[in-house]
Design a protein around this ligand. Structure first.
Ligand SMILES: *[C@@H]1O[C@H](CO)[C@@H](O)[C@H](O)[C@H]1NC(C)=O
Ligand SMILES: *[C@@H]1O[C@H](CO)[C@@H](O)[C@H](O)[C@H]1NC(C)=O
Ligand SMILES: *[C@@H]1O[C@H](CO)[C@@H](O)[C@H](O)[C@H]1NC(C)=O
Length: 480
């Protein structure tokens, strides 16, 4: 597109012309977005409220409850998150941070009639999901950390063990029972007004620990996928995508993807999913499926709300770069943080969460605002080529409504003027809005200037981030 100056001036007060401003006297760093060079489709950005964290929001009084929900989901004032990852519980109760299961007791045999127990809460996650629906969220990822213990080789939902019926086990065949159980969970959510769009049946299957955990290789996962896919289809849930396998890190996730492909189950998977704890995301995964990063956070640092403090692991600026790297360099279609909210007591208050909920008060980290800079990229957007400028990292996207989103990180230690130009389409009446985040701003709207060369310029702070949204405005009436 080319930006047409006169038309734009007619409608938007944000576009100022007249004498060259201070920013236009600086060297403009030119970023070109080429809409004709297309890459992956974006499913969105998200977080989880698993392990009873959603209850921290449930238990907040108004107006703080709505303030926290706005920070997470509002597309004009908050992060505009578009994916919620819910933990499908596997414990018999919800003491401590356990998530209770809908099947506290298995029938005596795998083919026996199960007695499901639905508490209408799902550890606070149903409330969180129903609120998300009100903000327009359409992607709900139900993800089991483990099958109920009664379906597993070690007879408990924690400390590893395997789903009975997979190769290498000798404890009956509970694959179909587990698939039926997951379908039941999707149906219970549907009855409560939340459409679970994606389903996962493992979490960190390469790690055995003292909370819900279940071991699996990619080959074993493929054996279960071949049961789960037809079970979903028979229940008329053909549009629920199966995600797999939530490895602790990228290298194991890549092995899972290759084993699933070898076993002939790749086409039954929607997204290959990875975490970033044991190996960071780098390069692209060999798969024909979409790839999501579904859980990561800074587990080591002390709670911090800073944007830039020497590049610390919990810094907002560090997270801006982490998400950017996944989307632009590693072809990810989704990036999810671990917890949206958490209290002070858990794990000695690290940066596991985006918002600290401390009793009836809350504190927002800049990590949330790093994600918020991506809120201009809506689900279904296609990433396109973007490049140019010194010390700038830029990413371009075309949203399904035709608007163009440009997300830019300024790595320089000084402010810069960025000028964006797009090629590939012409808008007659563009309305261009931009927002910045740095140490002192949170998605603050800034002035955009349309230049005579048809680029749109704005100033991005030192080690800051700027996001542009270019929309076709209403065509102004002809005057005269
Ligand atoms: C998002 O925030 C704006 C501004 O406060 C508000 O008008 C709007 O209702 C909020 N959106 C939702 C879905 O609550
Ligand atoms: C199957 O699902 C589709 C789409 O969700 C719905 O329109 C249709 O009514 C369902 N059919 C049955 C038999 O449940
Ligand atoms: C990126 O992911 C898409 C699926 O979303 C896939 O079709 C494409 O081949 C991937 N590209 C690269 C370079 O891996």
């Amino acid at each position: 597109m080319h930006f047409s100056k006169t038309a734009a001036l007619a409608v938007t007060p944000l576009l100022v012309s007249a004498a060259p401003s201070l920013e236009t006297r600086q060297a403009v760093q030119k970023v070109t977005v080429n809409l004709a060079t297309k890459y992956q489709t974006i499913d969105g950005f998200g977080f989880s409220g698993a392990f009873q964290r959603a209850n921290l929001i449930v238990n907040l009084a108004e107006p703080k409850k709505t303030q926290v929900l706005d920070l997470l989901f509002n597309t004009t004032t908050g992060a505009g998150f578009s994916i919620v990852r819910n933990g499908i519980g596997s414990t018999i109760d919800s003491s401590r941070d356990y998530m209770n299961t809908i099947l506290p007791k298995c029938p005596s045999s795998p083919t026996g009639e199960p007695t499901y127990v639905w508490d209408g809460k799902d550890s606070g996650q149903l409330f969180l999901s129903q609120q998300a629906v009100k903000y327009g969220v359409k992607t709900f990822y139900g993800n089991a950390w483990s099958a109920p213990g009664c379906m597993k080789s070690n007879k408990q939902d924690m400390n590893g063990g395997s789903l009975c019926g997979l190769s290498g086990t000798n404890c009956g065949d509970w694959k179909q029972a587990y698939a039926n159980y997951l379908v039941k969970y999707v149906q219970l959510y549907a009855e409560a007004g939340v459409k679970v769009t994606h389903l996962g049946f493992l979490n960190e299957p390469d790690f055995s620990t003292s909370y819900a955990s279940m071991q699996s290789s990619g080959s074993q996962a493929a054996e279960f996928i071949k049961v789960l896919r037809p079970t979903l289809d028979k229940a008329n849930l053909t549009d629920v995508g199966i995600n797999c396998c939530e490895a602790t890190g990228w290298s194991v996730a890549s092995q899972h993807a290759s084993q699933i492909a070898s076993a002939g189950a790749e086409s039954m998977v929607y997204a290959m999913t990875s975490h970033e704890y044991t190996s960071r995301i780098s390069g692209t995964m060999r798969t024909t499926r979409r790839v999501w990063q579904t859980e990561y956070c800074d587990l080591n640092g002390a709670w911090s709300t800073g944007w830039y403090s020497n590049g610390g692991a919990g810094d907002g600026f560090t997270w801006a770069n982490t998400v950017f790297n996944g989307i632009v360099n590693s072809n990810l279609s989704a990036y999810l943080y671990w917890e949206g909210v958490q209290d002070r007591a858990t794990n000695n208050n690290p940066n596991e969460k985006l918002i600290l909920i401390d009793g009836q008060n809350f504190v927002v980290s800049k990590r949330l605002w790093a994600f918020a800079q991506f809120r201009v990229v809506r689900p279904g957007a296609v990433r396109v080529a973007a490049s140019g400028g010194s010390n700038l990292k830029s990413a371009g996207f075309v949203n399904t409504d035709g608007s163009v989103a440009v997300v830019i990180i300024n790595s320089a230690a000084s402010a810069q003027t960025v000028g964006i130009t797009t090629t590939g389409v012409t808008l007659t009446n563009p309305v261009i809005t931009a927002w910045v985040t740095d140490n002192s701003n949170d998605m603050k709207e800034v002035v955009v200037t349309l230049q005579t060369d048809k680029s749109a310029t704005a100033s991005v702070p030192a080690r800051g981030m700027i996001s542009f949204l270019v929309k076709e405005g209403a065509v102004p009436p002809v005057v005269g």
